[in-house]
Ligand binder design. Structure first.
Ligand SMILES: *[C@@H]1O[C@H](CO)[C@@H](O)[C@H](O)[C@H]1NC(C)=O
Ligand SMILES: *[C@@H]1O[C@H](CO)[C@@H](O)[C@H](O)[C@H]1NC(C)=O
Ligand SMILES: *[C@@H]1O[C@H](CO)[C@@H](O)[C@H](O)[C@H]1NC(C)=O
Length: 411
């Protein structure tokens, strides 16, 4: 009886993504953390109960623990996975229509699929949250996912609007943020591709991208759905724009006056710090980010959000525009990369900041890196993807100053 109970909990907690777990107890419990103020970035290699992570298997459990904390406190809960019998999908002349039914409610949403003119099916695909703003390989499909149909979160007044909320109603309006809802829609899109091989897309060779406001939910989708082989958030940093939140930036670093655009953000935001837009996040998260007063209490930060992607591919594209708060991203992603480093696959996570161009314009000088990530994760080629590049200001910063932990080599 107890064994059955235990097994059930493990299945619920890990949702089948944990692989073989040796340290079951650690994977089972996420204590209701008594929050402690910590101005440094929390340690991804220590469980909430204080135990060190020493093996790769344990880290999978730690990863689940970090995921539960981020979902619970920042993104907001999502409903259990949609059952196959409650979903249909059709693809006609490039229009993919996905219909989901829950109880008495039904929604349908569309995605545009452009198959490549080169190569043979099943094709790899790049799913973009906006019109693709990075080059797409000529032998990969491009899928445009209009996430704003699923959830609107440009301002707090649009919280709870969109098809996810039409389907799941008030229960989820009061707990789920826009980015989690958008990730739910993307997961249904992946379900549709996975269950319909005739659509011609290879579910094992999927990349997801978006820029700025759409780059942030692309990062979240990569963190929450293990089927995404490569996540490419472009210029998602952004703590200070009026519709801002944090993508590849860390909340703590963006709040640090030494980081915050070296004081230059004032010109973007007026005389006070622009508050982040809370609607991409769970309603409960507002208390941590309003006025940015309480971010140091969070038991996680975005180095861990990025770390949910490890050991899968992550290529972070940034630039040096002030309102994106680029120094926060450099420090945050340096900390994030330690998780791939500890797993012995540092090269699966790339960071590249190249400045002096328009927002969301992709510079030619990053093409080689981007193509290497495509080659490795969409085309299975053995190429070098080891990149950590900062061509913005303050190149030589001590980015590890926000880490009071060391990086273990996990066995
Ligand atoms: C946990 O790891 C730290 C190093 O990061 C070490 O100083 C500490 O002694 C370890 N704790 C235990 C109980 O092994
Ligand atoms: C297919 O879509 C293209 C544009 O995307 C349109 O021009 C064409 O008329 C469509 N064909 C059919 C049969 O609907
Ligand atoms: C699945 O869809 C059917 C109708 O198609 C509905 O009766 C049932 O309640 C749905 N299941 C769930 C879990 O919502």
């Amino acid at each position: 009886m107890q064994l059955v109970y235990l097994a059930t909990i493990i299945v619920l907690v890990c949702q089948g993504h944990c692989g073989v777990i040796q340290n079951r107890d650690a994977c089972l419990t996420t204590p209701d953390v008594p929050f402690q103020t910590n101005r440094k970035l929390p340690n991804p290699f220590r469980f909430e109960d204080g135990t060190n992570v020493t093996t790769k298997e344990q880290w999978k459990c730690r990863q689940e623990e970090m995921k539960r904390l981020i979902v619970r406190y920042e993104l907001g809960d999502l409903p259990p996975p949609t059952k196959p019998e409650n979903m249909t999908a059709s693809l006609n002349n490039g229009t993919l229509i996905i219909t989901v039914t829950e109880g008495t409610k039904t929604i349908s949403f569309k995605a545009q699929v452009t198959l490549p003119t080169e190569g043979t099916a099943p094709y790899p695909a790049v799913i973009s949250y906006s019109k693709a703003l990075i080059p797409i390989p000529s032998n990969a499909a491009v899928i445009f996912y209009n996430s704003e149909e699923i959830a609107q979160d440009r301002t707090e007044s649009s919280r709870g609007m969109g098809k996810f909320f039409d389907l799941y109603g008030n229960e989820y309006r009061s707990k789920t943020g826009g980015q989690a809802a958008k990730a739910w829609g993307l997961s249904r899109l992946l379900d549709a591709l996975e269950r319909n091989p005739s659509f011609g897309i290879d579910i094992n060779r999927i990349a997801v991208t978006g820029c700025s406001y759409t780059g942030r939910p692309a990062l979240v989708a990569g963190a929450l759905d293990h089927r995404i082989a490569l996540t490419i958030p472009q210029e998602s940093g952004g703590g200070n724009a009026p519709v801002g939140g944090e993508g590849t930036n860390c909340w703590r670093l963006s709040e640090d006056p030494m980081v915050r655009c070296e004081g230059k953000c004032i010109s973007v935001c007026g005389t006070v710090e622009c508050p982040p837009n809370p609607s991409p996040y769970s309603p409960a998260f507002a208390k941590y980010i309003t006025g940015r007063a309480n971010v140091a209490e969070l038991p996680f930060d975005h180095h861990m959000l990025a770390g949910l992607i490890a050991p899968r591919g992550l290529y972070v594209i940034e630039t040096d525009i002030d309102f994106l708060n680029p120094l926060s991203s450099v420090g945050c992603m340096e900390a994030a990369r330690t998780q791939w480093e500890a797993l012995g696959v540092k090269q699966n996570m790339g960071f590249s900041l190249v400045g002096s161009h328009q927002h969301c314009q992709f510079p030619d000088s990053q093409k080689g890196e981007l193509n290497a990530f495509y080659d490795k994760f969409l085309f299975g080629k053995d190429v070098n993807t080891d990149v950590f590049r900062n061509e913005g200001y303050r190149k030589g910063g001590n980015w590890r100053q926000w880490m009071d932990w060391t990086v273990p080599t996990l066995s």
